[in-house]
Ligand binder design. Structure first.
Ligand code: SAM
Length: 219
């Protein structure tokens, strides 16, 4: 099935997305720097860019930078004066991301904060909320990331959580996998929080079988 999923993704990407030599170069840089190819696919990147546009986001928070591929998709949609803060644990990933962001001309709009995201989140200013928050780092910490995301939200903030299907393991309460347990708790917290309107979609494509959550902070 993976072959068919990839073929369909490639078809959709070729039909719908413009050629993007810059983002192709970013993926090449990431590969040359030895980063794992766990960035979002191009059609998912475009979806994130559309979320920035649809929410008219001026301030974006990303948890999990890698080489800055998704960061660039979102950062390019920001208006004049907009700002994206992205959190990355791995110093090498952060350095590659900074170089890629410079290549994209986004170094003045994007701040890469290096260190464990839970530490970095504790240093942000809660009076400065975000319009869009993309959670895409270590899944065992997703429940804590959701708590922080809510602290840094306002009515109308969109919170996106990636990689929530875990090869279908997400349905297994008895799973010993810490990522599965993190995602299950994350989903349970979202579903039980009256401040949020939520949904989730499972997806197939270039990156296999996966899925993402969407949570809208109610007014
Ligand atoms: N958003 C990126 C993209 O689509 O281009 C992909 C992010 S990748 C799936 C996850 C990243 O989160 C990795 O670079 C990893 O080093 C980082 N990460 C893992 N645990 C972290 C933590 N505790 N704090 C901050 N970053 C972390």
């Amino acid at each position: 099935m993976q072959k068919s999923w990839s073929a369909v993704d490639n078809y959709l990407i070729n039909q719908l997305l413009p050629n993007d030599p810059l983002l192709e170069k970013v993926l090449e840089n990431n590969q040359q720097a030895g980063l794992p190819a766990i960035d979002v696919a191009a059609n998912q990147g475009q979806l994130l860019a559309l979320f920035v546009r649809m929410t008219r986001a001026k301030r974006v928070l990303e948890i999990g930078t890698l080489g800055g591929y998704s960061t660039i998709w979102m950062g390019r949609e920001l208006p004049e004066g907009g700002k994206l803060t992205t959190l990355e644990f791995d110093a090498h990933h952060a350095e590659v991301a900074r170089q890629n962001l410079q290549l994209a001309g986004l170094e003045n709009k994007v701040e890469v904060i290096e260190g464990p995201a839970l530490d970095s989140l504790a240093t942000l200013d809660p009076s400065e909320t975000f319009d869009l928050i993309f959670i895409d780092a270590d899944k065992p910490n997703n429940p804590y990331y959701l708590q922080w995301a809510l602290l840094y939200s306002h009515p109308g903030t969109l919170i996106v959580g990636d990689n929530v299907v875990r090869e279908g393991e997400v349905t297994r309460p008895e799973s010993q996998d810490k990522s599965v347990q993190g995602v299950r708790r994350f989903i349970e917290m979202m579903g039980n929080d009256p401040r949020l309107t939520c949904t989730a979609l499972q997806t197939v494509g270039l990156k296999g079988w996966d899925g993402f959550t969407l949570a809208w902070v109610n007014g």
